[in-house]
Design a protein around this ligand. Structure first.
Ligand SMILES: NC(=O)c1ccc[n+]([C@@H]2O[C@H](COP(=O)([O-])OP(=O)(O)OC[C@H]3O[C@@H](n4cnc5c(N)ncnc54)[C@H](O)[C@@H]3O)[C@@H](O)[C@H]2O)c1
Length: 313
């Protein structure tokens, strides 16, 4: 298959919209479908809102809106697509059924990627025609600005299709992370979930508010994480001998342990602490207003990060 140009996006909520914008800004032809056939207007206004950020990050001049086609039939959406990005609600039975429909109407050699955040590909492709073309392509929100995508194979996904998917994601300025074998939650969400779960325990036990916990990340680890991950960060924490001394000093603490493996029950009390806590943090700003601030920041920080990444990698 030559360079992939025609992309279908199935499910156009938060993540589907992100893929559409990223693909359009990289000159792909995009066919979109959602079971909610009224989403087209919302998508057009999201494209308009995000374009200034996308344009700046990728040094683009023009977005050709004629390349965007929203259909009310899944069959028509899939007919010409060479790459299909599934972005429907996270649920095993819904995705397995939807992917089986996609497999039925898609070209037999098109690649099918699911945006799932943690479901096993072997299971969601179990009823799909030609399942060796099925992968997970797990992105991060906002998809139109963040470069990470985890490519996860199912047990019978072919090497050839994994490589084609990798090439496609690179063509839309992403940095694919090739996960060796499927595992629940893949890589990043396993890490994110651990942090989220511990945060829930701390809030549930009344030690801190959502705002206080967010500040504990934003002003410390978060600033470092935008350049380097936990392991290289901890290597530096060990002084001159790096990780070796870090393990000698902090290794024993692993036996305490500080953290709790199981998540707390999502009780009414905990849910309301999370909802009222984050509403207070929003200070009356809408999600769209905060997204604009975040998007501008992500553009600026990625431009800055490029300069420093070159020295490290
Ligand atoms: N939100 C995130 O931060 C995030 C990040 C990475 C991956 N994901 C994954 O992306 C996928 C979508 O998540 P989201 O946050 O965009 O959800 P969402 O609720 O915003 O959007 C889901 C969309 O799927 C549509 N849909 C549901 N069933 C459908 C069907 N049978 N056919 C066509 N459309 C259908 C819904 O109408 C809705 O518009 C999930 O698998 C999720 O795990 C989400």
């Amino acid at each position: 298959m030559q360079n992939i140009k025609k992309v279908a996006v199935i499910g156009t909520g938060v993540i589907g919209a992100g893929w559409i914008i990223r693909c359009l800004s990289h000159n792909k032809i995009v066919y979109a479908f959602d079971k909610d056939i009224n989403l087209k207007k919302k998508l057009l206004s999201e494209i308009k809102r995000t374009w200034p950020f996308v344009k700046k990050l990728f040094n683009k001049k023009k977005l050709n809106i004629k390349n965007f086609h929203f259909f009310t039939s899944i069959e028509q959406t899939l007919k010409d697509a060479d790459f299909i990005q599934e972005c429907a609600t996270e649920n095993y039975s819904l995705k397995t059924k939807l992917i089986s429909t996609i497999g039925k109407y898609a070209k037999s050699n098109s690649i099918i990627a699911s945006s799932s955040s943690g479901l096993l590909p072997t299971r969601i492709y179990s009823k799909c025609k030609n399942p060796e073309r099925g992968i997970i392509g797990h992105p991060f929100n906002p998809v139109y600005l963040l470069p990470a995508v985890e490519i996860v194979p199912g047990k019978i996904t072919s090497k050839k299709n994994l490589n084609l998917a990798k090439k496609f994601y690179k063509s839309i300025s992403m940095n694919p992370i090739m996960v060796k074998n499927e595992l629940p939650g893949y890589l990043s969400d396993r890490l994110q979930e651990a942090l989220w779960r511990e945060g829930l325990h701390i809030i549930n036990e009344g030690y801190a508010t959502t705002e206080e916990l967010d500040r504990a990340i934003e002003d410390g680890p978060g600033l470092r994480w935008s350049l380097m991950g936990t392991f290289l960060t901890f290597h530096l924490a060990g002084g001159k001998t790096g990780m070796k001394h870090m393990l000698e000093q902090f290794g024993p603490a692993l036996k305490l342990p500080w953290t709790k493996l199981k998540a707390p029950k999502l009780s009414k009390k905990l849910s309301s602490r999370l909802i009222s806590g984050t509403a207070k943090q929003a200070k009356g700003k809408s999600v769209a207003m905060i997204s604009n601030i975040r998007d501008q920041y992500l553009v600026d920080i990625q431009k800055l990060r490029k300069k420093y990444e070159k020295k490290l990698r």
